[in-house]
Design a protein around this ligand. Structure first.
Ligand SMILES: [Zn+2]
Length: 279
């Protein structure tokens, strides 16, 4: 992921990171990226690992990505459990996120350092978080009062001490669905990006306006996470197909329809983030 994101940052585009739910959604992500010749990140939440297990997810990834003409990263999303991170590293993930942002600063620092030490010798990239991104992610709910932005000086110190490959400072975006317009701290984003020189990950991508994405990319965001939109499409595509075809009980046609709907959404984000043709 390191090479993928430094190219993105230099070229002022962002690589899209989509959360998978099963094989069908993984296939939609990789195939969309191949059609658009784009690098892509397949991202997995801890709760998705709990459903399928490490081996199954890695087997989908290998089958789809190993011979793919485009670079595909398998990334662990928000995780504060070192045991899960270790298992991902051993099972074949190529990138992990340590999210110890709910802990006090020094604990976050120490845990992040520990993960970097585990991952770096194996060439596995590490994303770290500071501040608290609002909304619900992996059953952890951060309400608006508790969500707080990452402090600039602390961000510099944190990145200097831990040396992550990718940094996710809380800058005003939130997980889930936005109620009203989010206030993005562009100044903070710009300063953190300039002073750390580390590619920035933008969380809570679903529901942001096109010009917000473009501005964040121009200020240093090289990875943009999309989860909620795919979760909704995953369910809505089945419901829509059923409503349109009430007498059809052939699951394969539902799966095909879901695949094409997910793929269309994914292609839209890849184009929007400017990574089409960058593989
Ligand atoms: Zn996130």
């Amino acid at each position: 992921m390191i090479d993928m994101l430094s190219k993105a940052k230099a070229g002022e585009y962002a690589v899209a990171a989509f959360n998978i739910l099963d094989y069908n959604s993984t296939r939609a992500i990789v195939n969309a990226a191949e059609e658009l010749k784009a690098p892509v990140i397949v991202q997995v939440s801890v709760k998705t690992i709990k459903v399928w297990g490490y081996k199954a997810i890695v087997s989908w990834y290998r089958e789809l990505a190993e011979e793919s003409p485009v670079p595909v990263v398998l990334h662990l999303d928000h995780c504060k459990d070192i045991g899960v991170i270790k298992s991902c590293i051993e099972s074949g993930w190529t990138s992990v996120m340590i999210d110890a942002s709910s802990f006090p600063f020094n604990e976050n620092l120490e845990l992040t350092k520990k993960v970097v030490k585990l991952a770096r010798p194996k060439n596995i990239s590490v994303e770290a978080e500071l501040g608290e991104i609002g909304g619900v992610e992996d059953d952890i709910s951060v309400n608006e009062e508790d969500a707080h932005l990452a402090d600039v000086d602390k961000s510099i110190l944190f990145c200097w001490e831990t040396k992550p490959d990718l940094f996710a400072p809380a800058i005003g975006t939130a997980h889930g669905v936005y109620k009203g317009e989010p206030k993005i701290a562009y100044d903070r984003l710009e300063e953190i990006s300039k002073r750390t020189e580390i590619p920035i990950a933008l969380h809570g991508g679903t529901g942001l306006a096109d010009d917000v994405f473009k501005k964040c990319i121009s200020l240093g965001c090289a990875k943009i996470n999309i989860s909620t939109q795919l979760k909704r499409q995953f369910i809505n595509s089945f419901v829509d197909y059923k409503n349109q075809n009430p007498d059809d009980f052939e699951p394969v046609r539902y799966i095909d329809y879901q695949y094409s709907q997910l793929k269309a959404d994914i292609e839209g984000f890849i184009r929007l983030f400017g990574s089409e043709g960058k593989a």
